[in-house]
Design a protein around this ligand. Structure first.
Ligand code: NAD
Length: 423
């Protein structure tokens, strides 16, 4: 294939180096020095393997570079956009370079008779590709893909050949198929998704990586103060691939609660305070959890009803443990505001509560038990049903014609739209 690559920075140079093995590639940049270096067969970036790959590509006549974007578009079928999207003072991505390049490619396409594919690889905020298609490419014979880049500097060529996955969004099937063919020979899972998801996942991955680094470093700082080796303890944490390094606890749902997570988190924060170690990430966890509950309270309040039915009250499926259940906090809020509240939870039988759980109820949440009903059908006269827990029986008549808010996952619920799982 004939490919033009816009932007000869880290991503663009690695793309040139790798793609010129099998394709005719022309690199385009506004910086004459970078274009000159490529023309001389030298890599403008310091990155393992790129020197050799670029030299070989130039010597074989498969890689060239130019400042002339019009010529680059004219002689190629695919343009890959790898220009920078640096940060603005307000934190947003600066899209000026991406917009400029898309305009340049659009100008080039106007002089062409063949159709053209644009593959956007620069990291951009969600909604950008669709907006660029609308504002800059309308009416032109172009197909568009967004294909986020996951390479890491320092091992970029190796990452290019062995990516965690390949995410693609396209304006149509042909666009996706063409972009896919750029990866011929690479053994990785392809995920074809929407433009917005493809744009979001790139940013989210980096945020997740940053969060992991900061978490490990907070653990190490605290460890140093309390005589625990940060490296060892994190290695131990990573050994648990069931609950720790896995997708467990990474599914959006409601706030955490129960008898362990809240108290152990608080105790670690207390330890850090005692040791005079600041752990801002760990210290922000409870506030974020509280915000999740507050947001749900606002959502339920927004419906302007006076009677609520809660399906589930213990902190998770298959237990009657009400200690620090976030649903208890929801219920308490609305009871306090004078709402008529009924609760159904097949796991919670007041006469069966014992031990610390019973003490918690007796001391702090006895009023909750008064709202418990024996059968889900008794929620029939509630205007709004809040589905809190999995594993509750299906009682269609309870939900039908009601406003149903399913707090177990975002984007669910809504008027009369029952998203309750089958038992
Ligand atoms: N560097 C990384 O490790 C990495 C990894 C994944 C994704 N990304 C993303 O990829 C994009 C590129 O990153 P980078 O580190 O390669 O950027 P960079 O700053 O190293 O390079 C960008 C290049 O684009 C050129 N450019 C600007 N306007 C141009 C135009 N109109 N025409 C042609 N060239 C133009 C610049 O001169 C520069 O050479 C960014 O959005 C970045 O967030 C970077």
């Amino acid at each position: 294939m004939k490919i033009s690559i816009f932007g000869l920075g880290y991503v663009g140079c690695v793309s040139c180096a790798v793609l010129c093995k099998d394709h005719d590639v022309v690199g385009v940049d506004v910086a004459p020095a970078k274009v000159d270096l490529i023309r001389r067969g030298q890599s403008p970036i310091v990155e393992k393997e790129t020197d050799d790959l670029i030299r070989t590509g130039v010597e074989a006549g498969r890689l060239s570079a130019t400042l002339d974007y019009d010529a680059a578009v004219a002689c190629t079928d695919i343009s890959i956009v790898c220009v920078g999207t640096p940060t603005l003072d307000n934190g947003a991505h600066d899209l000026a370079h991406v917009e400029g390049v898309v305009e340049q490619i659009a100008a080039g396409v106007r002089h062409k008779s063949r159709e053209h594919l644009i593959v956007l690889r620069s990291t951009v905020p969600p909604g950008t590709t669709e907006r660029l298609m609308r504002e800059k490419l309308g009416g032109l014979p172009v197909r568009v893909c967004f294909n986020p880049e996951f390479l890491r500097e320092g091992c970029a060529v190796a990452d290019y050949h062995d990516p965690p996955f390949i995410v693609l969004a396209g304006s149509d099937d042909r666009a996706v198929a063409l972009a896919k063919s750029l990866y011929d020979g690479i053994d990785a899972e392809f995920v074809v998704t929407s433009f917005r998801e493809a744009e979001t996942i790139k940013v989210l991955c980096n945020v997740f990586h940053a969060m992991k680094i900061v978490f490990a470093n907070e653990v190490a700082r605290l460890g140093e103060a309390i005589g625990v080796d940060g490296g060892n303890i994190m290695r131990l944490l990573c050994k648990d691939t069931k609950l720790n390094i896995s997708s467990t606890y990474l599914k959006p749902g409601f706030a955490y609660g129960g008898s362990c997570l809240p108290k152990d988190l608080r105790s670690l924060e207390y330890l850090a305070r005692q040791a005079n170690v600041r752990v801002p990430l760990i210290s922000s966890i409870e506030a974020s959890n509280n915000e999740h509950i507050a947001q749900m309270i606002r959502k339920i309040s927004g419906h302007r009803v006076r009677s609520l039915g809660f399906v589930g009250i213990s902190f998770k499926k298959g237990t009657d443990d009400l200690r620090e259940s976030p649903f208890v906090r929801l219920v308490e809020h609305f009871m306090g505001k004078g709402y008529r509240v009924k609760i159904y939870d097949k796991d919670v039988v007041p006469s069966g509560l014992i031990g610390a759980n019973k003490r918690f109820i007796d001391n702090t949440a006895g009023h909750i038990l008064n709202a418990l009903v024996q059968d889900a059908s008794e929620l029939r006269d509630c205007e709004l049903i809040v589905v809190c827990k999995d594993g509750m029986p299906q009682a269609r008549e309870v939900y039908e014609g009601k406003i149903v808010i399913d707090v177990r996952g975002h984007g669910q619920g809504g008027s009369g739209d029952c998203a309750v799982e089958k038992e």
